[in-house]
Ligand binder design. Structure first.
Ligand SMILES: C[S@@+](CC[C@H](N)C(=O)[O-])C[C@H]1O[C@@H](n2cnc3c(N)ncnc32)[C@H](O)[C@@H]1O
Length: 286
C-alpha cells in the first residue's frame, strides 16, 4: 500500500458498523497493518521523531508550547497507549516524566527499543492490547495516546482502561483524526475534500479495505464515553495546520492547505474525577 493512500489510521472506507463483530480479528488486522507501516515508514522516520527538539502534536506539528495541553509533566507516571515508536514517551521522559510505552505491534516496539539505545533514554516498553492493559490499577498520573488507542481501539474499552489505570485526579490526553476530516475523505482514494462525503450518523467503527479497523466516534459520543468512565472534559483542541506547514509525505488524510482551513485533528484533555471510581475501574489485581 502506497503511503499516500494511508491515513494515520489506515485506509478509509465502509463507515457505519456500530459493533465489534470480531475483536480478535480486528487486532490481528491492525497488527499486520502496523507491521507493514513500520517497514514502509515509521522505522525509517523514528530517528527524526526521537531527535526533535520540540514536542509537537499531529501531522502538521502544532507546538505543545502554543497549546499547553500537557503542562508540567515532571515526576508524573505516564502510560502511552499505542506508543508506536514511542517518540512522544521519549519527549515526556526528557521533560522529567516516567513513561511506560505500550503497543500491540512487535515491529514498532523493536524500533522504539533501537531508538532507546541510540538516544540513551530507556523506559519500559510493553507489548499488549490497550483494550486489556496488563498494568496495575491507579498507578499512573497521565494517560496519553497520539493516534494510538485513540484511533485503533474501541473507546468503550480503552477509555475504561485509561480510567482504571489513573489515580484519582489523573489526566487523559489523546489525539485523533477530526470528525470533520473523517467525513470528508473519499471512500476509495485521496485526501479530504471540501465537502462532506459520508453521513455522520452511524460513524463509529470504520473498516478500511486493505487497511485496518479504526474507531471514529462523534464529539457527543466522546463526551458520553468519557463521562461514563468518570472523566470531566477539560479541553477539545481542534488542530489546524500552521501557516508554514507542508503536506505530510506519508500519511495522506488531508493536505496542509485543507488543514489550514478546517480542523484536521482533535486533541482531547480530560481529568478523572477525584475520588470517583469509574465503571470497571475497580482494582483488578493485575
Ligand atoms: C500512528 S501509530 C501511533 C503511535 C505513535 N504516536 C507513533 O506515531 O509512533 C499507531 C500505533 O497504535 C498501535 N495499536 C494499534 N492497535 C492497538 C491496540 N489494540 N493496542 C495497542 N496498540 C495498538 C499500532 O501498533 C501502532 O504502533
Amino acid at each position: 500500500m502506497a503511503g499516500d493512500r494511508l491515513s494515520v489510521g489506515g485506509r478509509r472506507n465502509n463507515i457505519g458498523e456500530v459493533c465489534t463483530p470480531n475483536a480478535g480479528a480486528d487486532v490481528a488486522r491492525n497488527r499486520a497493518l502496523w507491521t507493514m507501516v513500520n517497514e514502509q515508514f515509521t522505522d525509517e522516520d523514528a530517528h527524526r521523531a526521537w531527535a526533535a527538539d520540540e514536542l509537537t502534536w499531529g501531522l502538521f506539528g502544532v507546538p505543545e508550547r502554543d497549546l499547553v495541553v500537557l503542562g508540567d509533566v515532571r515526576g508524573l507516571d505516564v502510560v502511552e497507549l499505542g506508543c508506536g515508536t514511542a517518540y512522544l514517551s521519549a519527549q515526556l521522559a526528557r521533560r522529567g516524566a516516567r513513561p511506560v510505552g505500550l503497543d500491540l505491534t512487535p515491529a514498532q516496539l523493536a524500533t522504539a527499543r533501537r531508538c532507546q539505545e541510540r538516544f540513551g533514554l530507556v523506559f519500559p516498553l510493553i507489548e499488549a492490547n490497550a483494550e486489556h492493559v496488563p498494568l496495575a490499577s491507579a498507578s499512573f498520573d497521565l494517560v496519553v495516546s497520539e493516534y494510538g488507542a485513540s484511533v485503533w481501539c474501541d473507546p468503550e474499552r480503552w477509555v475504561a482502561e485509561a480510567a482504571r489505570l489513573l489515580r484519582p485526579g489523573g489526566r487523559l490526553v489523546f489525539l485523533t483524526n477530526s470528525v470533520l476530516a473523517t467525513l470528508c475523505v473519499p471512500e476509495e482514494e485521496g485526501v479530504a475534500q471540501d465537502h462532506l462525503l459520508r453521513p455522520q450518523r452511524g460513524l463509529h467503527r470504520v473498516e478500511w479495505p486493505g487497511g485496518g479497523v479504526e474507531f471514529h466516534p462523534s464529539h457527543g459520543e466522546w463526551v458520553r464515553v468519557l463521562g461514563a468512565n468518570g472523566f470531566v472534559v477539560q479541553a477539545l483542541h481542534e488542530l489546524y495546520a500552521p501557516a508554514d506547514a507542508a503536506t505530510h509525505r506519508y500519511y495522506g488524510i488531508a493536505t496542509a492547505e485543507w488543514a489550514s482551513r478546517w480542523p484536521v485533528e482533535d486533541l482531547w484533555a480530560a481529568r478523572l474525577t477525584a475520588g470517583v471510581m469509574a465503571p470497571g475501574s475497580a482494582p483488578s489485581g493485575r
